[in-house]
Design a protein around this ligand. Structure first.
Ligand code: GAL
Length: 951
């Protein structure tokens, strides 16, 4: 039996040849809006004759178009990373194949021209069959790719009936196994376009730039009679096929100079934006306009927490603004061409783009790649069709510097053929595909999640494969941003900067794909795999972005912005070094200012004169005149935008650096001398009361407290849970989540309380000896903790510090230390030294899957107060880390969604000497050796005081 159209591995049928996406002065009407909709569980159950003009759809539901029907109460979203959620029997799909019938009746505008017309669908997931006024136009596959159908001959002024039957599963689904939600429907724009006879059918702009002469070479390939005009360049009516050379300003992601032009015939005018740039691979480097570029990139899926991949334009713009503001300079459109609007924004605002075809067959990996379409001739047309539609649609974007064949489809003839076709069609851009491990048909060597050591080897040219060695190297994915992380970005940057052929990478990934849901009490939270009752799913592996689902930057993005800032400001022996890490720009477009703080309080500020510094160079600037201070003095230098740009307001901080000027004064003499008093079951020392049996502090200045006690546990992060044997599994095997504290002795000395304990897991022989030494003077209570491993420790420690609980009313937090955001040993570049104030609520990072978060580092002192100003202050000798939350680490560990976390009555404080780093083991390397925390002999000291009013 011949396969049904949706199970046919061939591309769709009936559509017009792919062409560039553009809007012209020809008439167009959007057919977005409210359509009639009916979902059937299978094709067999779908209504007969729904395509007929007189079909009665009045009893149907309505559905907005564009949309995914699963996000409007029809069916449910499902998430898998690699596995196909149906039996793998290509090209067949389940007979229980949800079928969404869509109908729209529309009139033409009164002055609609009597000309040919096309119906354009920018994206239908996964297969659509289209009828207009009862006649079939064709079938489209390739969910994230456009299809156009000739429609003019069927149109009438009023009462046109457009019917689209969409199948959730099709042969195309085998090629669309990207790590994301399975969501169906007409999810991108539907447009009816008039196509005037004698108009511009298609065009390809060529705008190369010769960096030696400063000349652009401009031409347009199009049908005879098509002309190009660019008024700002004095180019008028340049016929298709002819080239002009003339001095121009080049386009780059850093300086996205576009020239407005028009491609025209007598019948149609197409406004275009031209960016001059030439991409080449030379000397083993990818160069644009003669200069090697460093990709500080992200992988971007299109996602919105309510509308999925039907992305509102505001969200596309928000993505661009957020990227530019966080020093992202490149995007890989993982793993399909984005909505065309996004690429327009990339041209205008400046981002390097790897445009990727809509292709992934990862699930065949589960079968040892048996039957993988990439090497099967029956799929060749589908592979070529997808690539062709990608390249033809997007060929005129200066922002696109590489074409990518797809993702994780292993290797095979069809990919090689797609590479060949692409190179022939568009020799102006190199071809990327990570899965061509031997680099047989690609132009750049690309890897995902290679660890630092391997990148170092690649940089050192130790690769035995000569083809690969000769190519530029990039990490198409790195820095897996799942949950709390990524850690280790700084060390990647150092490698990218050390080796000229290592040209950067693309963090995985831009945004968490959480979907908004309400719990029984109507509280919103973000759902992930499994939350919709899926039988097969990959849980929260879809929550791995540097943006939370609502587009709030996560600490990972703030860290990225700092690590990859294009200007680096550091201290030198006598002054300030300002290094220019742009690829093209000098520093003249920035203003520099300085601010001097004593103990976190501003004492002086001013502008800093920085000479023009060329890319790759640096200048040394003398320190500004600074007033004398007695406290700790830090100079902060900021590079800001003097004027608003299209993507950020004036004053936006592009880069900053902090220079220590005056070290912290010696700590005040230790609090000692107060006598220890023994009364009943209590001990009194200075402001503290202790339980005489356990030696635990019970009140501090009259406030009830619990602890502090040694604490090693943290609610594991996604990265702690990653790669076997995971840190988490080792920690749990070692019982670190259920340590027991044995009080060996409570020693009462004249002016000191010493509590000796052994902290150890049940059923195991090793532990930590922890001694608490308490002393006090009139106002201060001082604790010195000494720890020492007892026995052989089998694993790292999540944290080493103290935990205590204080009254819940102490919800106002102020500190002098690193901030304002959370920071961890291997993700702390974005934290600066200063004085900060936050509520306890604001200290939490609401990771979609709850886990350790909110740690503040290098704290000198911390104050927790209630509304009336009463509370406590904790001073380090000299530094400590802290976190404060309204639930315990155990509650955080047990929570699966943010709404599981219910504030309790107490505030739980962690006061740490150190925490284990974050790493990226959820997908990629774990914590680098220098950031791993081991059980070791250690000591640290804190001083507690009470505060009575505002400091
Ligand atoms: C890569 C893949 C991505 C994503 C990532 C893990 O292998 O290309 O699509 O699945 O792993 O989050």
């Amino acid at each position: 039996m011949p396969p049904s159209y949706f199970e046919d591995p061939a591309p769709g049928r009936g559509s017009l040849a792919p062409r560039a996406a553009f809007a012209s002065d020809a008439r167009a009407v959007s057919l977005n809006g409210t359509w009639r909709f009916h979902l059937s569980p299978s094709l067999a159950a779908a209504p007969e004759g729904m395509h007929a003009e007189d079909f009665d759809d009045r009893a149907w539901d309505t559905l907005p178009v564009p949309a995914h029907w699963q996000l409007h109460g029809h069916g449910k979203p499902a998430y898998t990373n690699v596995h196909y959620p149906f039996p793998v029997q290509p090209p067949e799909v389940p007979s229980d194949n949800p079928t969404g019938d869509h109908r729209l009746t529309f009139d033409l505008p009164a002055d609609w021209p009597d000309e040919p017309a096309v119906l354009r669908f920018d994206g239908i997931d996964s297969c659509g069959r289209v009828w207009l006024n009862g006649s079939e136009l064709g079938v489209t596959k390739g969910s994230r790719l456009p299809s156009e159908f000739a429609a003019g001959h069927l149109l009438r002024p009023r009462g046109n009936v457009l019917a689209v039957r969409v199948h959730q599963w099709s042969a195309g689904s085998y090629l669309e196994d990207q790590d994301m939600w399975w969501l169906s429907g007409i999810f991108r724009d539907v447009t009816l376009l008039s196509r005037p006879s004698g108009g511009v059918a298609d065009y390809q702009l060529h705008a190369g730039y010769d960096h030696v002469t400063g000349e652009g070479a401009l031409s347009v390939t199009a049908a005879d009679g098509v002309l190009l005009s660019v008024p700002a360049l004095g180019v008028e009516d340049l016929p298709a096929g002819e080239t002009v050379r003339l001095p121009v300003e080049p386009w780059s992601a850093e300086s996205p100079r576009l020239y407005a032009g028009v491609v025209h015939t007598a019948a149609e005018r197409v406004p275009v934006r031209i960016g001059f740039r030439t991409v080449v691979i030379a000397d083993g480097q990818l160069k644009v306009n003669g200069a090697p570029v460093l990709f500080r990139g992200v992988n971007r899926h299109e996602h919105h927490p309510e509308s999925g991949r039907a992305l509102p334009r505001e969200s596309a713009l928000a993505d661009i603004e957020l990227m530019k503001r966080h020093n992202v300079n490149a995007v890989r459109t993982s793993h399909y061409p984005p909505d065309p609007y996004f690429l327009e924004l990339c041209d205008v605002h400046g981002l390097w783009v790897i445009d990727e075809s809509d292709l992934e067959t990862h699930g065949f990996g589960d079968l040892g790649w048996a039957g993988n379409p990439s090497d099967d001739p029956q799929w060749t047309d589908a592979y070529l069709d997808r690539m062709r539609r990608t390249v033809e649609r997007d060929k005129n974007h200066p922002s696109i510097v590489l074409w990518s064949l797809g993702n994780e489809a292993q290797t095979g003839r069809n990919l090689a053929a797609a590479a060949r076709w692409t190179r022939e069609r568009d020799p102006s851009r190199p071809v990327h595909y990570e899965g061509d491990f031997e680099c047989e048909y690609v132009d750049v060597y690309s890897r995902m999640y290679a660890d630092h050591e391997e990148v170092d080897r690649i940089g050192r040219q130790e690769d035995p494969n000569a083809r690969r060695r000769a190519m530029p190297f990039l990490l198409c994915e790195f820095g897996h941003a799942m949950g709390n992380g990524p850690g280790g970005l700084l060390e990647y940057r150092e490698l990218f900067e050390r080796y000229p052929r290592c040209q950067g990478g693309f963090v995985w990934e831009w945004i968490d794909h959480g979907l908004t849901r309400l719990d029984a009490e109507g509280r919103a939270y973000f759902a992930y795999g499994g939350d919709f009752g899926e039988q097969i799913h990959d849980g929260n592996f879809v929550i791995d972005g540097v943006l939370h689902p609502d587009r709030t930057p996560s600490p990972g993005l703030v860290e990225f912005a700092k690590v990859f800032e294009p200007v680096r400001i550091t201290a030198t022996a006598g002054g300030i070094r300002v290094a220019n890490h742009y690829d093209f720009l000098s520093l003249e477009h920035l203003s520099f200012s300085w601010a001097y703080e004593e103990d976190g309080v501003a004492v002086a500020s001013g502008d800093l004169a920085v000479p023009s510094v060329h890319p790759g160079q640096s200048a040394e600037v003398p320190l500004p005149p600074l007033p004398d201070v007695t406290g700790e003095g830090w100079l902060t230098v900021r590079a800001t935008l003097p004027e608003a740009t299209a993507w950020a307001p004036a004053g936006h901080v592009v880069a900053w650096g902090q220079l220590p000027v005056v070290p912290a004064p010696l700590p005040p003499t230790a609090a000692t001398g107060a006598a220890l008093r023994f009364e009943g079951a209590e001990l009194h020392l200075g402001a503290g009361t202790f339980d005489a049996a356990t030696g635990l502090l019970t009140t501090l200045g009259g406030h009830r407290v619990h602890g502090p006690r040694l604490d090693l546990w943290r609610a594991p992060t996604d990265n702690d849970r990653g790669s076997a044997p995971s840190e988490e599994s080792q920690w749990r095997a070692a019982g670190l989540h259920r340590l027991q504290h044995r009080v060996a002795a409570v020693k009462r000395r004249e002016a000191e309380l010493v509590v000796r304990t052994r902290v150890a897991p049940p059923g195991l022989g090793f532990g930590l000896l922890a001694d608490y030494h308490w002393t006090a003077d009139a106002g201060r209570l001082r604790l010195r903790v000494e720890v020492e491993p007892d026995g052989e420790w089998p694993c790292t420690l999540p944290r080493l510090g103290l935990r205590m609980a204080v009254p819940g009313s102490f919800g106002a937090v102020a500190w002098f230390g690193a901030g304002p955001g959370e920071a961890y040993a291997d993700s702390r570049q974005a934290a600066r030294v200063g004085r900060f104030a936050r509520s306890v609520e604001e200290l939490q990072t609401p990771y979609v899957y709850p886990q350790e978060n909110g740690n503040r580092t290098d704290t000198r002192w911390l104050r927790l107060t209630s509304a009336d100003g009463a509370g406590i202050r904790i001073d380090g000798e000299p530094l400590f880390d802290f976190s404060a939350r309204r639930w315990t680490s155990e509650e955080l560990d047990a929570a699966r969604h943010t709404v599981d976390l219910e504030p309790g009555e107490l505030l739980h404080l962690n006061l740490d000497l150190a925490q284990h780093g974050l790493g990226t083991a959820s997908c990629g390397p774990g914590v680098l050796p220098q950031y791993r925390l081991h059980a070791q002999k250690a000591g640290f000291t804190l001083t507690f005081t009470t505060v009575d009013g505002p400091a």
